[in-house]
Design a protein around this ligand. Structure first.
Ligand code: MG
Length: 296
């Protein structure tokens, strides 16, 4: 058996452990560190413009309004704000009074950071064709009121990509497989990554799951990697604790690349490297890259 290639390290939301998530500051930092993979979250604002932000509501844990005040509660919805309205918020610092901030004690602020557009991100990323881009489309199969329709999301993202002569390796991923089905129809050549989470309240993989676009009916009969391979997926993106060596080898034998998320603890990173995953998505990309190069 040949030695597996070392996994590619993706900075999660840029590099959430180090700099404000989904900001150009974090993307530039990643590139300067020599990290070759970047994961971002995309949804649509009221203008139909794809923007780089994770939460469906303006997040109270990291957004300040035009007057510089922290939001008391999350909101308004991203889908209800125009791009101009969105970009009045400063997302360059964690709210020190919010519990979320305590999870990332080492995150440095970047005051004045605005929510990027996908177009702006791609214009930047194109300057370095060796950067691998993982664009996660946020869509909420159980709460349609939180975002655009899956086909609209896929269309808008595919349009922004098609408008550029992008040569960077690219994967579009989503927990909402309806988005990936739409993308398959619109732009079948863009590699798709099927995100999965199992066995928790937030899981998207379960019997009759609305997230799986009809594929949930196969769950009793066959393996998850087989379902994803049959859908034409190129990547399976499981939560790292859901992955076993047996499932990994099944997936890889089917031709899938396996990118795990969000792997921050050194023991977990070491376990994923030893298992032979293809990609590691982490808030601490420097840590993971150092560990990968230690075994490469
Ligand atoms: Mg993401």
């Amino acid at each position: 058996m040949s030695t597996p290639r070392p996994p590619l390290v993706y900075g999660h939301r840029g590099a959430r452990g180090v700099l404000p998530e989904n900001t150009m500051d974090s993307f530039r930092w990643l590139r300067a560190q020599g990290i070759r993979g970047v994961e971002i979250d995309v949804q649509l604002c009221a203008d139909g413009v794809p923007v780089v932000i994770h939460d469906p509501l303006m997040p109270a844990q990291l957004a300040r309004d035009a007057q510089g005040r922290w939001l008391q509660d999350a909101g308004p919805k991203i889908i209800d704000l125009t791009l101009a309205e969105l970009q009045r918020y400063d997302v360059g610092r964690l709210n020190p009074d919010h519990p979320y901030g305590a999870r990332y004690p080492d995150q440095r602020p970047a005051d004045g950071a605005l929510i990027p557009t996908l177009a702006g991100f791609l214009d930047w990323a194109q300057q370095d064709p060796s950067l691998t881009l993982n664009i996660e489309i946020k869509s909420f199969a159980d709460r349609a009121e939180l975002g655009a329709a899956p086909a609209h999301l896929a269309d808008a993202v595919a349009d922004v990509i098609a408008a550029r002569a992008l040569v960077n390796p690219l994967v579009i991923s989503s927990f909402d497989w309806r988005v990936l089905s739409a993308l398959h129809r619109i732009a079948p050549d863009i590699p798709r990554g099927y995100l999965t989470l199992e066995g928790t309240q937030e899981a998207n993989i379960f019997a009759a799951s609305p997230w799986m676009d009809g594929a949930a009916r196969r769950l009793g009969d066959t393996d998850l990697p087989r379902i994803i391979a049959d859908l034409g997926g190129k990547f399976w993106c499981p939560f790292h604790r859901d992955l076993t060596a047996a499932r990994l080898s099944t997936a890889q034998a089917l031709g899938l690349q396996v990118n795990v998320w969000t792997v921050n603890d050194p023991d977990d990173i070491a376990r994923m490297i030893a298992m032979g995953v293809d990609g590691i998505i982490t808030d601490y990309p420097q840590r993971a890259a150092a560990m990968v190069s230690g075994v490469a």
